[in-house]
Design a protein around this ligand. Structure first.
Ligand code: SF4
Length: 322
């Protein structure tokens, strides 16, 4: 068995790292990142890298120049997947960070080909930037939805104006709200990501309140929390080294989560389904709010009594490959 750049192969057969797909050795191109909820999805790379690549907490695509892949090449990948999966029920995730940026007719062409070759697909999702959603005509968004793109994963990170500027997200709270409303209007399921602790040890209240305000305006289908972990190569990591950014303690992150949940008035599924998180919250709002607040309170009490627990949670900030 050979290994190279995330792929294993024997003879002429490549075995994807998910372990369930066998493909010929022709270069099937893998998106390097996908949301945790897409762990079982077929991964289809439509673009490479991030066209923005500016967020101060992110180093995911720093070494990749943004590129649109040739449609022919993408269709060849679909053909390879179809050789194995045309009879399967499956979900698909489109990478990399903002593939809806490409011309609508091209993405429609890819989506239609994908559904034609793999008729068992029940869901196709993609990351998308709020600014790109705003720039797209709502009719174009509807065409993508009708061509079989079901869900958009959008990084809100925070709803606080000052923090959004500080992390160089490239969108204001109003633009985030506009993008979310527009995506929903076009018929997409909307999954918004927030980063607990992105305000550091000092700004947790403004982060929680500002984020709840924007989420309340959008009322997305899913709110997915992850906890800030410094990534080597990111701008915030440099600030931590210089002493100008203090990473939030576990207590602060938990208090921030509590305040956020208290302020939320949405009908969303709230999840902290990422390895970086301190506790696994999973509930429907508003009905499960009390249960999730109780879990946070219980963890806060345990933290006050148990030094080992503090150590376990604090060590999560050293996770590197998320
Ligand atoms: S967080 Fe998303 S938009 Fe920001 S630089 Fe990273 S991939 Fe690009």
């Amino acid at each position: 068995m050979n290994y190279e750049a995330g792929r294993f192969w024997e003879d002429d057969t490549v075995i994807m790292t998910k372990g369930i797909i066998r493909l010929k050795k022709r270069e099937y191109d893998f998106p390097p990142y996908r949301p945790p909820s897409e762990a079982d999805s077929l991964l289809l790379r439509v673009t490479r890298g991030c066209p923005w690549n500016n967020c101060t907490f992110c180093s995911m695509y720093k070494d990749i120049k943004f590129q649109r892949r040739p449609i022919l090449e993408i269709k060849e990948d679909i053909d390879m997947a179809a050789e194995l999966y045309s009879d399967y029920d499956l979900t698909v995730f489109i990478g990399d960070s903002n593939s809806i940026l490409i011309k609508t007719e091209n993405l429609v062409d890819i989506l239609e080909y994908l559904h034609e070759k793999l008729p068992g697909i029940s869901r196709v999702t993609s990351y998308a930037r709020a600014k790109t959603i705003i720039k797209k005509d709502v009719e174009d968004l509807r065409r993508l939805r009708e061509a079989g793109l079901h869900r958009l994963h959008v990084g809100l990170e925070t709803g606080d104006e000052e923090l959004l500027k500080e992390i160089k997200k490239g969108a204001s709270p109003e633009e985030m709200a506009e993008a979310g409303e527009k995506a929903k209007k076009a018929g997409f399921e909307l999954s918004l990501y927030i980063i607990l602790g992105i305000g550091g040890n000092e700004n947790w209240q403004q982060h929680a309140k500002g984020t709840a305000r924007v989420l309340n305006l959008i009322d997305p289908h899913f709110i997915r929390a992850r906890t800030f972990t410094p990534r080597p190569g990111s701008e915030i990591n440099d600030r931590i080294s210089q002493g100008t950014f203090q990473v939030a303690t576990p207590e602060v992150v938990l208090k921030e989560s509590r305040l956020l949940l208290e302020e939320l008035q949405v009908h969303s599924h709230f999840l902290s389904d990422h390895i970086s998180n301190y506790i696994p919250l999973d509930g429907k709002l508003p009905e499960d709010k009390g249960m999730m607040l109780q879990l946070i309170d219980h963890t806060l009490r345990s933290l006050a009594e148990d030094e080992n627990m503090r150590g376990r949670l604090t060590r999560k900030r050293f996770l590197r490959h998320l």
